[in-house]
Design a binder for this molecule. Structure first.
Ligand code: NAD
Ligand code: WQD
Length: 338
């Protein structure tokens, strides 16, 4: 199939491009590069030895989006393009609503206009809010505490309403848990802007000595060791989940959790990283971070049964691949500067 991947130069999108190309699909990437670099497209080509068509466009620009559909016979869309920094979304709600909601609307309109029936949407476990673990797709969603989360919940509702009246529209809503790690080549991975706010990129920068120590946000949760529990998933497993979702698309809206189904505490993740990579991660316990919940992990039985998808990689691979990319990326970064 010919698949339009919006946000395909970004972290999850780039890994998904690899999985799509390896599964034999043709890939067109549309990205405005607001949080990524065009070099990533070359790295994807290098890894897969396949071509990619790249459009440097903003998905909120209807004319630019229409041009892609006029130029190519698109079979389906995977819509990653969005702003994703939770804290920033509280500071700049208008930017987040405009970018994330308008992007979804413009792409859905293009589907209607050009008769495209397949749509895979990047949602987030954040839409569950503070719910009972494990999170199940049928749960009543709780309000999220930030505009970013709201853009995901709203986009889900928009796509659901469209599918109600357009009977041929097949939408797969994928709720990701905590994506970490990198492609095993070490050529592509997560490159946060400035000081990372997510745990794994923070840990890799501490390992590198770029940041002195990790701050563990709270050890007084009612969890096994008092630190927050999350469902970390290797980004290549997540990428393969998209290929599975695309293959199994069926009319209507179908929601799937993409996670491992297992919770890991912050302290467990630190230990796993140290063991996998033979490095030390100095840390101190500080106050809880505002907006954090104690536990978040998925019930993954629906994706397993309906998509015939399950994760193949564990914490060791997540830690090893995240660290390999961090070392490679910084090294090549320095080389470019010299
Ligand atoms: P990312 O920032 O690395 O990738 C997003 C890409 O979209 C970037 O390349 C960016 O340049 C592009 N983009 C943003 N707005 C655009 C626009 N208007 N037009 C064109 N391109 C645009 O983020 P990611 O981590 O790869 O996340 C991908 C998707 O997955 C997002 O929708 C995000 O909300 C969702 N998600 C991410 C996580 C996570 O922890 N990384 C978890 C759950 C859901
Ligand atoms: C994980 C755990 C922290 C950093 C966020 C978004 C969510 C989704 C994924 C997009 C928590 C602890 C973290 C640090 C720490 N993104 N931590 N020290 O908050 O589960 O989810 O990313 O959809 O919407 O909210 O991920 O990696 O920030 O935190 O102790 O320096 O690590 O308290 O328990 P989170 P995270």
């Amino acid at each position: 199939m010919m698949i339009l991947v919006t946000g395909g130069a970004g972290y999850i999108g780039s890994h998904t491009c690899i999985a799509l190309l390896e599964a034999g699909h043709t890939v067109i990437v549309a990205d405005n590069l607001c949080n990524s670099k065009v070099e990533t497209i070359d790295k994807i080509k290098q890894i897969t030895n396949r071509e990619i068509i790249f459009y440097h466009i903003d998905v909120t620009d209807q004319t630019a989006v229409d041009t892609i559909f006029l130029n190519h016979s698109i079979d389906g869309i995977i819509h990653f393009a969005a702003l994703k920094a939770v804290g920033e979304s509280v500071e700049e709600p208008l930017n987040y609503y405009c970018n994330n909601i308008v992007g979804t609307l413009i792409l859905a309109k293009a589907c209607e206009k050009f008769g495209v029936k397949r749509f895979v949407f990047s949602s987030s476990a954040t839409v569950y809010g503070e719910n009972e673990v494990p999170f199940v797709e049928t749960m009543k969603l709780q309000p999220t505490t930030n505009p970013y989360g709201e853009t995901k919940a709203m986009s889900e509702r928009i796509l659901t309403d469209i599918a109600k009246v357009n009977q041929e529209f097949s939408v797969s809503i994928l709720r990701y848990f905590n994506p970490v790690g990198a492609h095993e080549s070490g050529l592509i991975g997560e490159v946060p802007n400035g000081i990372p706010s997510n745990l794994m990129p923070y840990v890799t920068q501490v390992a590198k000595g770029k940041i002195k120590h990790l701050r563990v946000f709270g050890d007084d949760y009612s969890t096994l060791d008092g630190t927050g529990i999350r469902d970390y998933i290797h980004v290549m497993d997540l990428a393969e989940g998209h290929v599975a979702a695309l293959n199994k698309l069926k009319a209507g809206v179908h929601v799937y959790n993409l996670g491992t189904g297992e919770g890991t505490s912050v302290l467990e993740l630190i230990k796993a990283f140290e063991k996998a990579n033979g490095v030390e991660i100095p840390f101190e316990i500080v106050d809880r971070r505002q907006g954090d919940i104690a536990e978040c992990y998925a019930d993954v039985s629906k994706a397993k049964q309906e998509l015939n998808w399950t994760v193949k990689r564990g914490l060791v691979e997540m830690c090893r691949d995240a660290w390999r990319f961090e070392k490679n990326y910084r090294a090549s970064d320095m080389l470019i500067k010299h």
